[in-house]
Write a protein that binds this ligand. Structure first.
Ligand SMILES: C[S@@+](CC[C@H](N)C(=O)[O-])C[C@H]1O[C@@H](n2cnc3c(N)ncnc32)[C@H](O)[C@@H]1O
Length: 193
C-alpha cells in the first residue's frame, strides 16, 4: 500500500507534468500483477522499465528478476527520479533520470547487452510514438518482449519491427488501462553499435 506521503508526491508530480505522468495515482497491485503476468519469464538478462514513477512496478520487478538479472528503470520526471533513487537501491537496479528514448544509447554506453524485456507505463501517442517504438526495437534483443500500457494507442503500436501478441483491458486501475503485449521480430538495424 502506498503511504499518504507517496500519494501526495505522485499527485503533485502529476500537476507539474500532467501530459507525461498521465494518471493521478500509481498503478494498482492488480495492474502490476497483470503486467508481470504478461511480461512472462525473466532469464537473467537486462530488463528495462519505462516510466518508473515512484516505483510500484519497479519494486515488483525486482522481486521477479533472477539473481543474475539487471533492471534499468527510466524516469524523466526529476522529482520522481530523486524520490525513487532515495527509496530503492541495490546491485540489480539502476534508476536512470533520463528520457526513455535514450535507452539504446544508454545500453551501449554502459556496455550492457540488449534487453530481454521493456515494460512501459509511459504514454505513447502521436508523433512521439514512432520514435519510442524505434527506440524499443533498437534496445531489445530478437524475440524480446515489449509490454506497453495505453488505452488508446493500438494504432500507434502498429510497427513492422514488432509482432503484436495481444492485449488485456484492466478495469481495476485508475484510470482503466489496456496492456499490450508485443515481441521484437529480429532486432533493429539502427542500433548504431
Ligand atoms: C502513468 S505513470 C506510471 C508510473 C508507475 N510506473 C506506475 O505504474 O504507477 C507514467 C510515468 O512515466 C514517466 N514518463 C513519461 N514519459 C517518459 C519518458 N519519455 N521517459 C521517462 N519517463 C517518462 C512519467 O514521469 C510517469 O512517472
Amino acid at each position: 500500500m502506498n503511504s499518504l506521503r507517496e500519494r501526495l508526491i505522485f499527485l503533485s508530480g502529476f500537476f507539474v507534468r500532467p501530459a507525461t505522468v498521465r494518471s493521478v495515482s500509481q498503478s494498482t497491485r492488480h495492474m502490476t500483477d497483470r503486467i508481470l503476468y504478461h511480461a512472462g519469464a525473466m532469464n537473467g538478462g537486462v530488463v528495462v522499465e519505462w516510466g518508473a514513477g515512484l516505483g510500484v512496478l519497479t519494486r515488483r520487478l525486482l522481486q521477479v528478476i533472477p539473481p543474475d538479472g539487471y533492471l534499468l528503470s527510466f524516469e524523466n520526471h526529476p522529482q520522481y527520479a530523486r524520490e525513487l533513487k532515495r527509496k530503492l537501491s541495490g546491485p540489480q537496479l539502476e534508476v536512470v533520470a533520463e528520457d526513455a528514448s535514450k535507452t539504446p544509447e544508454y545500453l551501449r554506453q554502459r556496455g550492457l547487452p540488449k534487453a530481454s524485456h521493456i515494460i512501459s507505463t509511459i504514454p505513447i501517442r502521436g508523433e512521439d510514438a514512432g520514435q519510442m517504438l524505434d527506440a524499443a526495437a533498437a534496445a531489445l534483443e530478437p524475440g524480446g518482449r515489449y509490454v506497453q500500457i495505453g488505452l488508446w494507442c493500438s494504432r500507434e503500436l502498429k510497427n513492422s519491427s514488432f509482432q503484436y501478441h495481444g492485449r488485456e483491458l484492466v478495469w481495476w486501475n485508475v484510470p482503466p488501462e489496456v496492456i499490450h503485449v508485443m515481441e521484437c521480430r529480429n532486432g533493429s538495424a539502427n542500433t548504431g553499435g
